[in-house]
Write a protein that binds this ligand. Structure first.
Ligand code: HEM
Length: 268
C-alpha cells in the first residue's frame, strides 16, 4: 500500500477533531461582513463549548457525590473552577470591541441573545436555580424543552451534596432529601447547623464546601463581568432578547446557588 493511501486512511488531527466542520460554522449576518462580527460569533461559540464541558463536569461531580467519592468530587471541582476562571477572563476579549463597532452589526442579530442559551439555563438548573417557567420560552424547540425538563427533574449539585453528607452520617433535614426536585431547594436553618458542624469538625468535607463556594462566586464573577461589558457596549438600551438589558442583568447579580453555604459565614 502506498504512503498516500495510508495517509488518507489515517485518522489524523483534522478528521478526529472535525476541524473543517468547526471552521465552517462562523457565518456572518452582516453584508458586507463587519470585521468584529467574527469575534462576536467565535466568542459565543467558544462559550457554548465551555458550557458543554461544564455540564459534562457537573454530571461527573454529581456522580462522584452519589458514589461517596470525595477525592473525585474535589478534583472535579478544581477543574471546573479553572475553566470558570478562563470563562470570566474571556469577557475581556469582547471588551476590545467598541460600542460603535458592535452597533455596525447589532441590527443583523435580530432577536438573537445569550438569553436564549439552553446550556446556560441547564447550568442554572443543575446548580439548583430551578425556574420551571423558563422552559415555556423554548416551546418552539421540543429537543431543548426535553433537555431542560430533564435537568429540572434531576438532582441538582446541591441535592447530590446533601445526599453525600447524609451518606456520611450527617443528619440532613428530611425535607431536603425527599423533596420535589423540580423546585429550588429551600434555604434551611437546620442544614446550616449541619454545615457549621462540618466546618468545625470535618476538614475534608469543609474543603469540598469551600470549593462549592468558589464555584458559586465564580458564576457571580461571570455575571458581574458580563453586565459591565453590556453596560459599556450598549449602555441601558434594551437587549436583543427583549429584556430591559443591563437593568435586567443587574437584578440577577446577587442570587447565590448555594445560599446556606453563604448564610453560615455570619454564624461561624
Ligand atoms: C457585546 C456583547 C454582548 C452584549 C451586548 C450582551 C447583551 C446581553 C443582554 C442585553 C442580555 C439580557 C437579555 C436580552 O438580550 O434582552 C444578555 C443576556 C445574556 N447573555 Fe449576553 N451579551 C453579550 C455577550 C455575551 C456572551 C459572549 C455570552 C456568552 C455566552 C453571553 C451570554 C448571555 C447569557 C447567558 C444571558 C442570559 C443571562 C441571564 O438571564 O441571567 N452574552 N446579554
Amino acid at each position: 500500500m502506498s504512503d498516500t493511501t495510508n495517509q488518507s486512511k489515517a485518522l489524523g488531527y483534522s478528521r478526529y477533531l472535525k476541524i473543517q466542520e468547526l471552521l465552517s460554522l462562523q457565518e456572518f449576518r452582516s453584508d458586507p461582513p463587519e470585521h468584529d462580527e467574527h469575534l462576536f460569533i467565535v466568542i459565543h461559540q467558544v462559550y457554548e463549548l465551555w458550557f458543554k464541558q461544564m455540564l459534562w463536569e457537573f454530571d461527573w461531580l454529581i456522580s462522584s457525590f452519589q458514589a461517596g467519592d470525595r477525592a473525585m468530587a474535589t478534583s472535579t471541582l478544581k477543574r471546573m473552577l479553572t475553566i470558570l476562571k478562563t470563562m470570566v477572563g474571556q469577557i475581556g476579549v469582547l471588551e476590545t470591541m467598541t460600542p460603535i463597532s458592535f452597533l455596525s452589526f447589532r441590527n443583523f442579530l435580530e432577536s438573537a441573545s445569550g438569553f436564549q442559551s439552553i446550556q446556560f439555563r441547564e447550568i442554572e438548573f443543575i446548580c439548583g436555580h430551578k425556574r420551571p417557567e423558563l422552559i415555556q420560552r423554548h416551546a418552539e424547540d421540543p429537543e431543548a424543552c426535553g433537555r431542560l425538563q430533564k435537568r429540572l427533574d434531576s438532582p441538582s449539585v446541591w441535592d447530590a451534596f446533601c445526599q453525600f453528607l447524609s451518606d456520611k452520617g450527617y443528619d440532613i433535614p428530611r425535607e431536603l432529601l425527599e423533596r420535589d426536585l423540580s423546585q429550588p431547594a429551600p434555604e434551611s436553618t437546620r442544614m446550616q447547623d449541619v454545615l457549621l458542624q462540618v466546618y468545625r469538625d470535618d476538614s475534608d468535607r469543609r474543603q469540598v464546601c469551600e470549593l462549592m463556594v468558589d464555584l458559586d462566586e465564580g458564576f457571580h464573577e461571570w455575571r458581574y463581568r458580563h453586565v459591565k461589558m453590556v453596560e459599556r457596549t450598549i449602555g441601558m438600551k434594551m437587549g436583543t432578547g427583549g429584556s430591559p438589558g443591563a437593568a435586567y442583568l443587574q437584578r440577577t447579580l446577587f442570587t447565590p446557588f448555594f445560599p446556606d453555604l453563604w448564610a453560615i459565614r455570619s454564624r461561624l
